[in-house]
Write a protein that binds this ligand. Sequence first.
Ligand code: IPM
Ligand code: MN
Length: 371
Amino acid sequence: MYRVASIGGDGIGPEIIREGKKVLDATGETYGFDIEWHDFDIGADRYLRTGEVLTEDDLHELGKFRAIYFGAIGDKRVAPGILEKGILLRIRFHFDQYVNLRPIRMLSGTVTPLAGKGPEDIDFVVVRENTEDFYVGIGSRFRGFQKTTLSVERELYHAEFNLDIESDADELAYQIGVVSREGAARVIEYAFELARTRKKKLTSVDKANVLSEIYGLWREVFSEQAKKYPDVTTEFSFVDAITMWFVKNPEWFDVVVTPNMFGDIITDLGAMIQGGLGLAPGGNINPGGTSMFEPIHGSAPKYRGLGIANPMATIWAGSLLLDHLGEHQAGAAIINALEKTIADGVVTRDMGGSASTSAVGDYVSQAIRGS
Ligand code: IPM
Ligand code: MN
């Protein structure tokens, strides 16, 4: 018996989570375990009703679970950033979910926009650092600032670029990225361990040629860790270059480890090459704590309630959740069932079909029962 928290959230979130739970329940029946779901009312509706985004009490209650199944948040009635930062990022940071695991794998039967590439070429995992970098929230905006206000930044700019930013700027903003030795080491170590279970090749992403302080440290930590894993082949790639290689030669990659913001960007690209955002899942993992599994797409408010949203990314996130709980066989069964469902043409509009959200969930569940 597993106890799992679930947060449907906003937009299409509740619909896709409903299908995900359906599939996980069917998987449990077939593979001999039960899931006891604990639903949390978190998202725009509650915020508009009560003014609460995420309370200390919510965090305390969520902390009692090893896994959270998460739909999507974001709603037009709420200013951008409030729910994203107040719910999704807050959970990631609060529970120190330092690994954001994002498989980029083309399931058989899906269509990639990359000509001449197939499932044998597109099968890697991005390990995105999930608690540092430009996501730490340190920054400010200044209007009519004084000469003395920004001495540290001023020196930095003078030293590097010889710019006199006080002279005529009447407004400026800055945001600081942070990489710590420990923060980089733990996620890089996770990626090396993962690479060991796969093809033993690990690519590190950075921009150390320009942002040499933070990504210089990242690179240094990567090189140190690499010494502990002589059996894993390593390489570095600058983030701009890797976007090019993802498109041109996706078959080069096995495990890719990246700082937070670059990971955000390259995994949307990854989602596209694997067949679309409707298929891309993610896990926010704290190996010793509370982890959270979600589709990487957003809440798509305009499709809410129409029954046409693709639940496959969420169902796949359910497979990652089972993997995390140690139910590897059951997790793999979900992937096989997704491939069967795609092969049988039971897919939503975004994948060229006409099946409803719930018809996909039903079909995947049946496929699992028959497995
Ligand atoms: C993602 C999303 C989030 C992120 C947003 C919604 C805060 O884009 O999970 O990739 O930037 O990490
Ligand atoms: Mn993103």
